[in-house]
Design a protein around this ligand. Sequence first.
Ligand SMILES: CC(=O)N[C@H]1[C@@H](OP(=O)(O)OP(=O)(O)OC[C@H]2O[C@@H](n3ccc(=O)[nH]c3=O)[C@H](O)[C@@H]2O)O[C@H](CO)[C@@H](O)[C@@H]1O
Ligand SMILES: C=C(OP(=O)(O)O)C(=O)O
Length: 428
Amino acid sequence: MGHEVRYRVRGGRQLHGTVFVQGAKNAVLPMIGASLMASRGRTVLRNVPIIEDVRRAVELARAVGAKAELHETERTLVIDASSLSSPVLPGEIASRFRGSFLFVPALLHRLGEAVIEGVGGCNLGSRNLDFHYNGFKRMGATVTEHVADNGDGIIHIKAGDLRGGTLYCDTPSHTGTENLIMAAALAHGTTLIKNAALEPEVLDNIAILQAMGAKISGGGTGFITVEGVDELTAVEHTVMPDRIDAGVFVMAAAITGGDLNLVGATLEHLGVAADKLEQMGVEFHQQGAVLQVRRERTLRPINVITDEYPGFATDLQSPIMALSCLAEGPSYIYERIFDGRFKLADELGKMGADIEVDGNRAKVNGPRALRGAEVEAHDLRCGSALVLAGLAAEGETTITSAYYLDRGHAHTAERLSQLGADIVREAD
Ligand SMILES: CC(=O)N[C@H]1[C@@H](OP(=O)(O)OP(=O)(O)OC[C@H]2O[C@@H](n3ccc(=O)[nH]c3=O)[C@H](O)[C@@H]2O)O[C@H](CO)[C@@H](O)[C@@H]1O
Ligand SMILES: C=C(OP(=O)(O)O)C(=O)O
């Protein structure tokens, strides 16, 4: 993991002002995978979030032989993938983020194989990859697994010539859809992907692939058709804003009773989360590309069921759990996407919250005054939820294991401080 990262938050300050929503983590990662499919030229990605997952993706791109330069001040990533040299996704990098698996289609097309020494991402219970493997197999790949000397499982996918076919996701997997689209983009013939994911990041990835020369139709319908082409070319693309980052700042305004202008946030991208937050007492006003948000009334309790887009995003489930601790009555949360995403409840309990967990359902008994404590970020969104709780708590909250937070949110302490929060990041 490298160094220990902590955030210290002293609560009780209302947030006011203007904040810039970062580029989307879940859009830029598949785009880095897509850029490795261009055998000539240099891809330029703009509005890249400066987060740990992007730093890991840059390391991984270099490990397979690409030249990758991350210009942090300019939030721009330049990738030259003209000479990929290794099909191995080394465990020490790949097992630190989920997006590493999005490199597989490029390796299959460019090098004929991919060797996966590990896939990371937040530990949220079972996170299977069978839709990906089954899709690759239907296109003609072979997938084998063996155990390395150190006991780790290694997956070896051999492509041969990938050919189009009829593929499906049992449920609309986000990265599953992206991987099958990328595998189909350079395959021979036509591919139909049924039950495809509808997330805005999937559509942004389709947009860059189309600009690169891919023939993709049906994005956003659940049925995606891809006609394979011989080559993809490097392009320049601006990454869409991160709707989860936007949602967290909406809740930062809500939990402190403040008002914020979110530059780059789109209400529509929040899906059902926007309606739930409105029901809790948050007021929205979309002014072009700026979303104004404020909360003046007391918070009302809420009933949340996570679902694929445009349903309530599972990545906003932890933040709304923190927010609902302050609501005037019991809130009910049903986590449908992941079977292990409630570790936050115990951490909030250390801060005075009263949350009953039963399997994938939680009841948050509000209102409870939160007090500062030492708490642990068990995963990325657990981390952002604990920052929110810290903003509302009396006294100081210390959030440990905060590398997870840095995986997905850029410049958290700086951006919140500019809005009036008392928060510092420490690393040793
Ligand atoms: C890098 C990235 O984009 N990460 C996002 C992506 O993760 P990710 O793409 O991993 O999430 P999926 O949509 O694939 O997973 C959703 C559910 O489907 C199951 N499943 C998925 C694939 C598969 O082959 N078999 C299977 O059973 C998973 O176990 C999980 O229960 O979507 C999640 C759900 O919106 C988000 O929380 C993550 O932030
Ligand atoms: C679960 C998440 O990410 P990943 O899929 O990258 O682990 C997340 O962003 O909350």
